[in-house]
Design a protein around this ligand. Structure first.
Ligand code: GLN
Length: 554
């Protein structure tokens, strides 16, 4: 039977609940336990697909095409043996949606539909379903205890704890122990209050994970245990680490994995964290560095590009260098020369995915520079579409655009493909209506890589599977024109024969892909495309060591 670890948060948000939960899961996996993870989000949106990255950070896309919370990205990066799916993230909105659908269908005929039991039953049903087939399912509840919004989730957890019993469920609560500089002390009171708040809704935590800026004293550990009714050894101290990937080891040093296994009666091997150790050793000790200019729209909020940041970090480790990311605001790049210097001083340029016209001119300026100066360029999704448009405009001389930015463009290099014939010759239609939720090409799809392409060399495979999240496609009518001018199509989607990737043949490293390779990058090993990109940046840096300005590092 699956055992459940519920993870709640207190005091303040943004304590890194997702990362901590993922670290616990990684630690359990290192003991050979089959672990999965699920995130419950208390907001009303049905999924985060239509939310701005400024609101919510990146939208993480699962293999089966769900648009999910970015915490699922951490879950996949920390776990090797468990892939996330649409069952691993649900919101209050989604719960209400399915309860309301049932109500309209008449499933509750005669009854009054209420939060308890109807909403809570639906939550419990989904939690149970998400854990099927695993030894342990970790369930992270978004928000902070005391929020009105998360109450139905908390109530479902309370009921499940009673139903499952002590040996099948565990409640882990993450809190903050702030350091008050003027008093020179760490304060345990917020943690005490947060646990009190939990108890008031019938939840007594079994484990406390105390986040803090500085190390917490043993005295404070004892004090927290005493005031919160939690065993002393179950008060886990988690001061800020240099890297999030050290957290599994930090938790292991305090024997959190032993405690969980004893509680659940699981006989397992001891944890083998040697691969994490090897990864963090390289990460924290890399001496050389390269700088990648990331030209995007949401540069003030690095969470908006979380998976790309992580993929670059992983690729750095794979190449034994530190990768610095110089974020460049694409819109400001259009007018500010100083920002163009940032691009010029970088060892490589990356344009990530994005929606809407704002900033596209700046992005194309950066692409132009990379293309004409032999600077390694990686384009992702919109970063590919703009690379194609830039090339068509400046090399071929077409008045090219995407219909996303100009509906009536003369040369629609990028456009909505609403109809196509599938491999069985059947006409498929993609809806192109005003409902912006779920009308995109989403999730993992197979692509075939062209025989003598660099991309195929990099992946060392003729077919790949990568995740998508976009509405527009490269227009097949322009394939010959582009190829004749030197932009090679290096991959096509297996099903619809849509363009998946392009590359420049007479450039040291210029590759742009319609899919999102960042979603599948793993710390332990990296991703072939990012590894190769960073390698190209190292090479570029070595070759151009003398022509950089002294401000090259950002
Ligand atoms: N806006 C583009 C599209 O919808 C690109 C999307 C993206 O970069 N994820 O096709």
């Amino acid at each position: 039977m699956t055992k459940f670890i519920f993870v709640t948060g207190g005091v303040v948000s943004s304590l890194g609940k997702g990362i901590t939960a993922a670290s616990v899961a990684a630690l359990l996996e290192a003991r050979g336990i089959k672990v999965t993870m699920t995130k419950l989000d208390p907001y009303i949106n049905v999924d985060p697909g239509t939310m701005s990255p400024f609101q919510h950070g990146e939208v993480f896309v699962t293999e089966d095409g769900a648009e999910t919370d970015l915490d699922l990205g951490y879950y996949e990066r920390f776990l090797r043996h468990s892939k996330m799916s649409k069952n691993n993230n649900f919101t209050s909105g989604k719960i209400y949606q399915s309860v309301l659908e049932k109500e309209r269908r008449g499933d509750y005929l005669g009854g009054t539909v209420q939060v308890i039991p109807h909403i809570t039953d639906e939550i419990k049903r989904r939690i149970h379903a998400s854990g099927e087939g695993y030894d342990i399912a970790m369930i992270e509840i978004g928000g902070t205890v005391g929020d009105i919004e998360s109450l139905p989730f908390m109530e479902a957890v309370r009921q499940m704890r009673v139903e499952l019993g002590h040996s099948q469920s565990l409640l882990m609560h993450l809190t903050l122990v702030p350091y008050i500089a003027s008093a020179g002390e760490s304060k345990t009171k917020p943690t005490q209050h947060s646990v009190k708040e939990l108890r008031s809704i019938g939840l007594q935590p079994d484990v406390l994970i105390c986040r803090s800026e500085y190390p917490i004293s043993e005295d404070n550990r004892r004090k927290i245990a005493l005031f919160t009714n939690v065993e002393e050894r179950a008060v886990i101290l988690c001061p800020d680490a240099q890297s999030i990937y050290q957290i599994p080891s930090i938790l292991h040093e305090q024997q959190l994995d032993d405690l969980i296994c004893q509680r659940f009666g699981l006989q397992t091997n001891t944890a083998d964290l040697s691969d994490w150790q090897a990864f963090t050793d390289v990460l924290l000790n890399a001496e050389d560095s390269v700088t990648v200019a990331m030209v995007g729209k949401y540069v003030e909020l690095p969470d908006a590009y979380k998976s790309i940041n992580e993929a670059l970090l992983h690729a750095g480790v794979a190449n034994h260098v530190k990768v610095n990311i110089a974020y460049v605001d694409a819109e400001r790049l259009e007018t500010e020369n100083a920002l163009m210097d940032v691009v010029k001083n970088a060892d490589a340029v990356l344009v990530p995915g994005g929606f809407g016209e704002r900033g596209t001119v700046g992005k194309m300026q950066a692409i132009s520079y990379a293309r004409t100066h032999g600077v390694p360029y990686l384009g992702i999704c919109l970063g590919m579409q703009l690379a194609v448009i830039e090339f068509a405009r400046n090399v071929i001389g077409l008045e090219a655009n995407s219909t996303e930015f100009d509906k009536r463009t003369k040369e629609p290099l990028i456009a909505l493909i609403t109809e196509w014939f599938d491999e069985k010759g059947e006409l498929q239609v993609r809806s192109d209506d005003s409902d912006l939720g779920g009308t995109m090409r989403l999730g993992a799809q197979k692509a075939e890589l062209v025989e003598d392409s660099r991309l195929r060399q990099i992946y060392a495979s003729p077919t790949i599977s990568e995740r998508h999240r976009h509405r527009y496609e490269m227009n097949g009518r322009y394939i010959d024109t582009l190829q004749d001018a030197g932009m090679k199509i290096s991959g096509y989607s297996a099903k619809q024969h849509l363009v998946e990737a392009v590359e420049l043949t007479d450039h040291p490293w210029f590759i742009a892909v319609q899919f999102h390779p960042e979603f599948t990058s793993q710390p332990r090993g990296g991703h072939p495309l990012f590894n190769s990109f960073v390698q190209a940046a190292i090479h570029h840096k070595a070759q151009h060591a003398n022509d950089k300005q002294p401000t090259a590092e950002h």
